[in-house]
Write a protein that binds this ligand. Structure first.
Ligand code: SF4
Length: 175
């Protein structure tokens, strides 16, 4: 039997090529927890596009409630940080910690994230956070670098009519 993977998904473009790569190896359930996305209309647009893709791929998807206020409280004082800095570290930890907890509660074998596909993300930071959570919660983390799949994700978005956003997610990343 193959391992059950809970995959944190930041958006449809990022998961498109990741799913193509890992689906033969894992029984994948998607996990959409991204309270960082601003404004809510953008959150809804990203979620709609993800649901469209997940339907095509016939995967399961768990969607957590949108709560940008709670996210803003946690990153207070870090609003002016550069992209890739301390604010992003906290933001990634918030999202991955919730994923790890859900994975433990629902007996997944392993958890992971699509975040490393983006050339704008610090993959080493993401993996370090994931491995710290692995230790803390006793659930294996899928340590990966999906950055080589970025170009493929652009092709897949075109083929499937998937919306590709122009900024990372939070209001501070809108330039
Ligand atoms: S730039 Fe992206 S990763 Fe960094 S805090 Fe904003 S949404 Fe989170």
């Amino acid at each position: 039997m193959i391992d059950r993977l809970l995959l944190h998904i930041c958006c449809a473009p990022c998961v498109s090529a990741v799913l193509e790569k890992i689906m033969p190896e894992y029984d994948v359930t998607g996990y959409f927890y991204n309270p960082n996305i601003y404004p809510e209309s953008e959150y809804n647009l990203r979620l709609e596009n993800l649901e469209k893709l997940i339907k095509l791929k016939k995967n399961n998807l768990k969607v957590e409630k949108y709560n940008v206020k709670n996210w803003q409280e946690k990153i207070k004082g870090l609003e002016k940080e550069k992209e890739g800095g301390k604010r992003c570290e906290v933001c990634i930890k918030i999202r991955l910690e919730k994923t790890a907890i859900f994975a433990v509660q629902h007996s997944f074998d392993i958890f992971g994230t699509t975040l490393s596909i983006s050339p704008y993300k610090n993959t080493m930071m993401t993996n370090r956070i994931g491995l710290e959570l692995e230790k803390k919660y006793g659930v294996k983390f899928l340590e990966e670098d999906f950055s080589a799949l970025y170009k493929r994700s652009i092709v897949l978005c075109k083929e499937n009519g998937i919306y590709r956003q122009k900024y990372c997610g939070c209001e501070y990343s809108i330039r």
